[in-house]
Design a protein around this ligand. Structure first.
Ligand code: FAD
Ligand code: NAP
Length: 346
């Protein structure tokens, strides 16, 4: 287990904001995890970190950052059509998607090019272009910080919902996710419910795309539409797309012509947070080094040396203006690290 003291976390988060950790422990194997005990993790004092692509440091980390770098992926079962694969938490998510497609397995193609590591994927039930992790996840292996024991949680025990799970809002910071098992298929109808994805495939001249071709279309779309964190600090969408009752969404659309509304079959519709933020005049806005991407209004950016607190303050003003104009509350998507009073842990 690698151990570093007094570490800058700037290179460990895609916002590229500065924050410091008192200690950083790099977990590289299950043997390293076996050295952890119940009570080793104190919320607001310690932090588990994957690729840092869905996280904003508001404060320094007064305790330990557990950097998850446990690698490994393998095929566990193959019945000729359906397969079960396992990825350790430190595997790059996108590399896992590419590897699965190389093996001839379909299922993950719509989730191509999502930054971060496999261990964080269940946290917010990652999703894009009509597919969510929960559509494919069989189970996860976790270490329970409360009991100090490992346990396997079936998908139904992860309480997945839209960009949420037991790990994110149910029992935050109770579990260290160690690996994910995914059920994929050799033949599977592609999910083409998103108009933008169908249009991209049309442009590519693909009317009956393979999983690999869907992945290529998703990659093209994302590279065109989203700011690249290697060029400008960001954590993807800063807000979730609100779910509101369909009749309320339709009434809002009558009042605000052009508001994109996507009715679901559960009486709830998704409305576009990006559109409302843009209507409030925030797209491309900049204040110091904190700003809103000129490419995508849902993405907050760090132009250089913005502090997490400045980005958070800007996000609150954006949410307030959307609430005032549209009567809709925006919910933040990335996790915040806010230190508990260090004295409380002394
Ligand atoms: P981190 O940012 O390191 O961690 C996120 C949270 O999970 C933190 O609370 C952390 O403590 C916790 N955590 C991390 N690993 C573990 C673990 N092993 N055990 C327990 N807790 C853990 N998300 C989507 O859902 N869909 C998208 O399409 C999408 N597109 C994006 C595009 C861009 C350009 C960017 C920058 C981000 C995007 N995201 C998207 C958000 C992000 O990439 C995902 O949520 C990703 O799964 C985060 O992984 P990570 O390893 O970087 O997590
Ligand atoms: P988009 O295709 O322009 O669509 C705008 C929003 O409307 C989407 O975010 C999506 O909500 C919703 N939507 C579009 N078509 C829909 C349909 N047929 N059925 C239901 N809802 C529909 O979105 P985008 O911003 O370019 O992003 C494309 C996809 O990548 C989306 O799924 C988005 O969530 C995902 N993405 C996520 C992040 C992140 O950080 N979380 C960053 C970039 C992109 P949903 O969000 O519910 O899908």
């Amino acid at each position: 287990m690698k151990r570093l003291e007094q570490v800058s976390l700037r290179a460990f988060n895609t916002f590229g904001t500065e924050a410091r950790a008192r200690r950083l422990l790099q977990l590289e194997s299950l043997d390293d995890v076996n050295q952890l005990g119940s009570g080793d993790f104190r919320p607001g004092f310690d932090l588990v970190l994957g690729g840092g692509s869905n996280l904003l440091f508001v404060d320094d980390v007064p305790g330990t950052v557990y950097l998850n770098r446990i690698r490994g992926r393998r095929l566990l079962e193959d019945d000729g059509d359906s397969v079960l694969i396992e990825a350790a938490a430190g595997e790059s998510w996108h590399e896992l998607v590419c590897w699965s497609l190389d093996q001839g397995f379909s299922g993950l193609e719509n989730l191509s090019l999502i930054p971060g590591l496999a261990g964080a994927a269940p946290m917010q039930n990652i999703g894009a272009y009509g597919v969510e992790l929960s559509d494919l996840l069989d189970s996860v292996l976790v270490f329970d910080w409360h009991s100090g024991q490992g346990l396997r949680l079936a998908s139904r025990d992860c309480h997945f919902s839209y960009r949420d799970s037991r790990f994110k809002s149910g029992e935050p910071e109770r579990f260290l996710i160690l690996s994910c098992r995914l059920r994929l298929h050799r033949t599977r109808e592609p999910v083409l419910s998103y108009a933008g994805l169908r249009e991209e495939l049309d442009t590519m001249g693909l009317s009956a795309p393979s999983a690999r071709e869907v992945s290529a279309a998703v990659i093209r779309l994302r590279q065109r539409k989203l700011p690249n964190p290697e060029l400008i600090g960001n954590a993807g969408s800063f807000f979730k797309n609100p779910r509101i009752p369909t009749d309320q969404a339709e009434a809002l659309q009558m009042e605000h012509k052009g508001l994109p509304v996507h009715p679901g079959d559960d009486g709830q519709a998704r409305i576009s947070a990006a559109w409302m933020i843009e209507q409030c005049g925030w797209k491309g806005y900049r204040e110091g080094d904190a700003g809103v991407s000129a490419q995508h209004a849902l993405v907050l950016v760090n132009h250089g040396t913005a502090h997490g607190r400045e980005i958070l303050a800007l996000s609150r003003r954006i949410a307030d203006s959307v609430l005032e104009r549209f009567g809709v509350e925006l919910e933040r998507e990335p996790a915040l690290f806010i230190a508990a009073d260090p004295a409380a842990h002394a």
